[in-house]
Design a protein around this ligand. Structure first.
Ligand code: IMP
Ligand code: MG
Length: 338
């Protein structure tokens, strides 16, 4: 720990919500800080038999002791935020930076009607692109100007730096994935409206690169993508269904397209994010016998070989492996190796 940044290594939906919430509980983090684009991201957290689908609130909310912060680089849709504060009961421990940009109805309308955004790019229609465009023009409303947000406002960079400087555990949450980055996408313009790599996530929350200890890049055991753009070795919908890889997107309800794990992309993601650790999620989809396993020894041979191959190719240790939906269904190789 002290300061760990978690980002997605492919096209989003790698299972960041699950890994983040697991870490918040097991490492007992003091601060969960969300960077990233905004409510276009859907993080799913299954905890104690309950499923949460969150778009604004840090996934670390499952630890009742953890303070929840949203960095100035993140866009806020107040309606979505208030609803999630209620669902999660986090009213008394959430802080929104005063400089967060605000999404308004007209941004959502444009995002879901513009032929380029909706038609070609296939955005989530949540207004993030148009709001970021307005932010660049310096016309966007920010959190400090919204009366209903006043009671949640804070100086997030100050809180994050103070926590890191005093040795507290800080978990910085990225959204989307490396190849949805506006700069580092593999297929422009099929990308989101901001950079999504670890450097950008740090900037979103106001933490300089020298203060980061660990960068955990999350890969799913296969690749998925929603919206437009090419996808290397894409499975047909029938094939994806047969393989158990046909997923439905959290925010938009669209079917996700899928493809096998891509080592070339994964290596590039390790490079772009300077990964110090890697997590692999949904290994139970590739290896059903791995379902629910919590120890490396309990994984089937094929699953262990896959993990070894990922370490060999990426030259970064695999520290966490997801084997089921619940946040506690994880093989934690940090523990295994202690
Ligand atoms: P936007 O971020 O809504 O502008 O959408 C741009 C592209 O990024 C589209 O292909 C979206 O499907 C994709 N995208 C944005 N956020 C996410 C996410 O959280 N998961 C997966 N894809 C996303
Ligand atoms: Mg998602």
């Amino acid at each position: 720990m002290p300061a760990t940044v978690v980002v997605g290594g492919f096209y989003g939906d790698e299972g960041k919500g699950k890994i983040l919430s697991y870490l918040s509980v097991v490492d007992d983090v003091d601060l969960g800080v969300r960077g990233g684009v905004g409510p276009n991201a859907g993080h799913t957290v299954v905890f104690k038999g309950k499923e949460f689908k969150l778009r604004q609130i840090p996934s670390a909310f499952v630890n009742e002791r953890t303070l929840l912060l949203i960095g100035p680089g993140v866009l806020i849709n107040p309606e979505v935020l208030f609803n999630e504060i209620q669902i999660t009961g986090t009213e008394n421990r959430i802080y929104v930076d005063k400089n967060c940009g605000i999404i308004e109805r007209r941004h959502i309308e444009l995002d879901s009607s513009d032929s380029h955004l909706k038609g070609t790019v296939g955005t989530t229609g949540t207004g993030t692109g148009p709001a970021n465009a307005e932010r660049v023009l310096r016309k966007l409303k920010i959190a400090r100007d919204v009366p209903d947000l006043q009671k949640y406002l804070g100086d997030v960079p100050e809180m994050v730096n103070e926590a890191v400087d005093s040795g507290k555990k800080v978990l910085i949450e990225g959204t989307q994935g490396t190849f949805l980055s506006l700069w580092h996408t593999d297929y422009y313009p099929f990308c989101t409206s901001k950079d999504t790599t670890a450097s950008a996530i740090c900037s979103d929350v106001g933490l300089g690169p020298k203060k980061v200890d660990d960068i955990l890049v999350i890969f799913k055991s296969y690749v998925t993508r929603v919206g437009g753009g090419p996808l290397e070795n894409e499975y047909s919908e029938d094939e994806a269904r047969r393989l158990g890889m046909l997923e439905i997107a959290t925010v938009t309800g669209r079917k996700r397209r899928s493809a096998p794990f891509n080592f070339k992309l994964a290596k590039r993601a390790v490079m772009l994010n300077s990964a110090t650790q890697v997590a692999i999620t949904k290994l139970d989809v590739l290896f059903p016998e791995a379902s629910g396993a919590k120890r490396y020894e309990d994984l089937p041979r094929g699953a262990r070989d896959f993990i070894d191959k990922v370490e060999d190719e990426l030259k970064v240790p695999v520290t966490l492996v997801g084997t089921g939906k619940d946040i506690m269904e994880i093989v934690d190789m940090r523990k295994d190796k202690l």
